[in-house]
Design a protein around this ligand. Structure first.
Ligand code: PEP
Length: 248
């Protein structure tokens, strides 16, 4: 039995409305406590509402990105300090949609993780290969390169991060990595974390990519899978709660 508490994080992406979010959060809270730690990562404009709705609850919350910069002339960016002031606990960095659509480099993702840690936020660092990279047997090289950039910049501070393995080909496609495929990559990532921090055994590595209530339990039963980063299924309270409850 692992000492790591399972963590299930909803990534709402660019979805929602004030009324819809309130209903979603009510639905999740109404389901009551869960053995796993649950969190939701909302779009920036809704974070203050989320903070109010979740005050005093066990449901944690966070953002989906932060700036690598402390402050200054960076129009449109949101700093880690601002998120921390609001009460955020988590921030996703390096999601594949940002790497692909906003050309975020491994170094920039590492700098964002560093900015988050400097303000006591927990960065959820996403790594993952494309289908082409997997087909060319590049999966390990790619995820180790992506995580390696973060470890190189953070050093021992990396002990505080959460890693999310999200194969790009599984995100939003309905095509999930098999538990064996996911476990194999998680084991590689854990070994890399252990070598860099000396504390790989206590760090959490989430799986993300078309996790649903009917496939969550087998994924989360793998020895190195410590929960999930959930996109589409996090938008329905019943599905999100069912995924949280699928944690052994
Ligand atoms: C994600 O966007 O992080 C994700 C895992 O999405 P989905 O669950 O919809 O595949």
């Amino acid at each position: 039995m692992s000492a790591r508490r399972k963590l299930v994080v909803g990534n709402w992406k660019m979805h929602g409305s004030r009324a819809g979010n309130a209903e979603l959060l009510r639905g999740i809270l109404a389901a009551g406590p869960c053995a796993a730690e649950l969190a939701v990562c909302a779009p920036f404009p809704y974070l203050a509402d989320v903070a109010t709705a979740l005050a005093g609850s066990a449901l944690a919350w966070g953002a989906q990105d932060c700036s690598a910069h402390e402050q200054g002339a960076y129009t449109g960016e949101v700093s880690a300090a601002m998120l921390a002031e609001l009460g955020c606990r988590f921030v996703i960095v390096g999601h594949s949609e940002r790497r692909a659509l906003h050309r975020e480099s491994d170094l920039l993702v590492a700098e964002k993780a560093a900015a988050a840690l400097a303000h006591r936020l927990v960065p959820i660092v996403c790594v993952g290969e494309t289908l082409l990279q997997r087909e060319h047997a590049q999966t390990e090289v790619v995820v180790q390169r992506q995580l390696g950039a973060v470890l190189a910049l953070l050093g021992e501070r990396a002990r505080e991060i959460v890693v999310a393995y999200e194969p790009v080909w599984a995100i939003g496609t309905g095509r999930t990595a098999s538990p064996e495929q996911a476990q194999a990559v998680h084991a590689v990532l854990r070994a890399q974390l252990a070598a860099a921090t000396g504390q790989g055994a206590s760090m959490r590595i989430l799986y993300g990519g078309s996790v649903k209530p009917d496939n969550a339990a087998t994924l989360f039963a793998q020895p190195d899978i410590d929960g999930g980063l959930i996109g589409g299924a996090a938008l329905k309270a019943a599905d999100f709660v069912a995924i949280g409850r699928a944690c052994p």
